[in-house]
Design a protein around this ligand. Sequence first.
Ligand code: RIB
Ligand code: CA
Length: 350
Amino acid sequence: MRQQIIVDVDTGIDDSLALLYLLSSREAEIVGIAATAGNVPAAQVAANNLAWLEICRAPDIEVALGAATPLAIPLRTTEDTHGPQGIGYAELPRSGRGLSPRSAAQMWAELARAKPGEIIGLCTGPLTNLALALRIEPDLPVLLRRLVIMGGTFNHPGNTTPTTEWNVHVDPEAAKEVFDAFAAAPAQRRPIVCALDVTETIEMHPEHLVRLAERAQSFPVEHVSADQPSTDRSVASNPIIRHLTDAVRFYFDFHHSYDQGYLAHMHDPFAAAVALDPALARLRPATVDVELTGALTRATTVADWVGMWGRPPNADIVVGTDPELFFDQLITRVGDFALTVHPPVPQEVP
Ligand code: RIB
Ligand code: CA
């Protein structure tokens, strides 16, 4: 029985990897993709999602457009991190596929109502549309089989301000509404939170791209490096590997420009892997709330691990994992998928 999953993304380079991970996982069936404004505006997120589905020759999966702005503040995007279109240096062919007639929030609510207790939810962008869906359907916490969120940071520096993580920073009101809504959820329905504490330990390096290309029998196998001009583009024979290489290289350049190394943190594909198999993560329950009024700390996620607030836990925070096991799974699944979708063309014997 395949695991049905709603994916709420702000595609984004690592969101792209999360989509590829799920599309290449035999046990997963994506039943809906919500395009949330974050890394880039919602319409661009939607176009990126449709383009990846086209490149992957995926079935007609519903892609629903999310709200144009966060719940209470103007949208802030981050093209400097993910590229002008949100997919780094990649230039994905425009897809002929269309968007769903319903909004992302309506899709969340209606899919969950239609299959109570069966659908997994995964959020790898701001929580705007999940919060709007909770306003439509307050029973989402028990209607969803599982919810996994990439977001927040707890005992670890922020990546947007000293104490905040990007997805929560874009829409802190939405994040608070989501965590508050799950306060009454039973323990097995608490959201699993993949925060920077762990996702920043999952570092993709150029050799991971080499292993991916080799697994996909793509050629040439390219060794990207920091001294390549930004105008370079992959010439890999496999389209998925080619576009993925161009996307991730931008992320490598971004981290390198901030002295974090020539690497890329795999925030979203890790959350996708946990959504399919929570056993990949070591969890610890906590009561999570979001600061909304602090002059310096607005959008900070705060975890009460020991009940100081006298409130029951409303989240299971990921406190450990095995990055190499994750990369083995990512490379095997996405590499095999790329090979299956785009097998190498036999070279004509001269
Ligand atoms: O802070 C990392 C998160 O923000 C990731 O989901 C990345 O895609 C951006 O949305
Ligand atoms: Ca994201």
